[in-house]
Design a protein around this ligand. Structure first.
Ligand SMILES: Cc1cc2nc3c(=O)[nH]c(=O)nc-3n(C[C@H](O)[C@H](O)[C@H](O)COP(=O)(O)O)c2cc1C
Length: 346
């Protein structure tokens, strides 16, 4: 039994990665009930939506689960940057016959706050995990006060050491292969980012805490390899995206099943922050990294109408097709079966 299993009281050292925008309680429940640790991502949920999802989890399992939040500092909107961004997108609005004056605010992403903490305190999840660093010391202390373990992503050895001195219970070592947003928080310099195989053993040596490997792990052999490198567990996202319990859209599912899934890039064009996505038209034409994109998460608003229109025509050209570098583990099977298969080599 790994330190992670004894720390959390779970059967399998498999954490289903929280994936905002593509899953809710159904996936989390399936994985927790199969003996792993299911996760509920809250970055794109309102307080009421989070409460509803947590109530569903509570009524369908007594097993441990994880609730996940982003910890970015919301930016001050800049009219100047928004104008530059809209100018970059104008030709697509024209192509689709869309009106820029009708761009709705949001959908943004909300960081952890005292309001979320109030709502979360009724549920006391076994784990609360954070991405983009930690919230304030007071909020961390509040989460700890009701007994939740605190996990956070680190993308470098420096971030792992910082998290250890700031009192987390385990570190999620997010390698460069990982799908979704980079959890990078001490620097904005993407040249600091390294692959899972290089990152995990270096963090294991640098800290005393349990280390969870994330990024590019897609099958039982990958899980066993991460554990051989000293990981106490793994956090897997991309491989769960085709499970029926995930809310992955039709265009996203089609992209994951296609040859295109072999070509991913870190891009900021969908949200303003670098995230790993299957390369599509928008990434090719404006990215992968665009100086015109407003600060996270403000880039999203002007993309949303383009995405909706393209998706209504069956196209993923303007959708954030999140994926890690290894989509070969994506299977259209129940998440419980996938979880057990991932743990089969242990
Ligand atoms: C679609 C998608 C959405 C993600 N959203 C989040 C999130 O909301 N919070 C978070 O902490 N990590 C998020 N991640 C990153 C995962 O926690 C994890 O680092 C990653 O999935 C591991 O790499 P893999 O996708 O290769 O398995 C997301 C990943 C994906 C693929």
């Amino acid at each position: 039994m790994s330190t992670l299993q004894s720390l959390l009281g779970i059967e399998l050292p498999i954490i289903q990665a929280p994936m905002a925008g593509v899953q809710g309680s159904a996936l989390a429940l399936a994985v927790s009930n199969a003996g792993g640790l299911g996760s509920l991502p809250c970055a794109m949920l309102s307080l009421d939506a989070m409460r509803n999802e947590l109530a569903k989890i509570k009524s369908h399992t007594t097993r441990p689960y994880n609730v996940n939040f982003f910890c970015h500092v919301p930016p001050t909107p800049s009219a100047e940057r928004e104008t530059v961004w809209r100018a970059a997108l104008a030709r697509y609005y024209q192509e689709f016959g869309l009106d820029m004056a009708a761009i709705p605010a949001g959908p943004g992403r909300t960081p952890f706050s005292s309001e979320f903490a109030d709502a979360l305190s009724e549920f006391r999840p076994t784990v609360v995990s954070f991405h983009f660093g930690l919230p304030s010391t007071e909020l961390v202390a509040r989460v700890r006060s009701w007994g939740s373990k605190i996990f956070c992503s680190a993308t470098t050895v420096d971030e792992a050491r910082w998290l250890e001195t700031h009192g987390v219970d385990a570190i999620i070592a997010q390698g460069l292969e990982a799908g979704g947003h980079r959890g990078i928080f001490l620097s904005q310099d993407l040249t600091t980012q390294v692959g899972t195989f290089a990152l995990v053993p270096q963090i294991v040596r640098a800290v005393k805490l349990p280390v969870i490997a994330a990024g590019g792990i897609a099958d039982a052999k990958g899980v066993a390899a991460a554990m051989a490198l000293g990981a106490a567990g793994v956090q897997i996202g991309t491989a769960y995206l085709l499970c029926p319990e995930a809310a992955t859209s039709a265009v996203h599912r089609a992209a994951l099943k296609s040859e295109n899934a072999r070509h991913t890039a870190l891009t900021n064009v969908f949200t303003g922050r670098p995230s790993r996505i299957i390369v599509n038209r928008l990434v090719k034409e404006l990215g992968p990294i665009s100086a015109a994109a407003p600060a996270f998460p403000l880039a999203t608003s002007a993309i949303a109408p383009l995405r909706a229109k393209a998706e209504s025509q069956g196209s993923g050209d303007f959708s954030p097709l999140w994926s890690g570098q290894n989509a070969s583990g994506c299977r259209e099977i129940p998440a419980a079966d996938l979880t057990r298969e991932l743990a089969a080599g242990l």
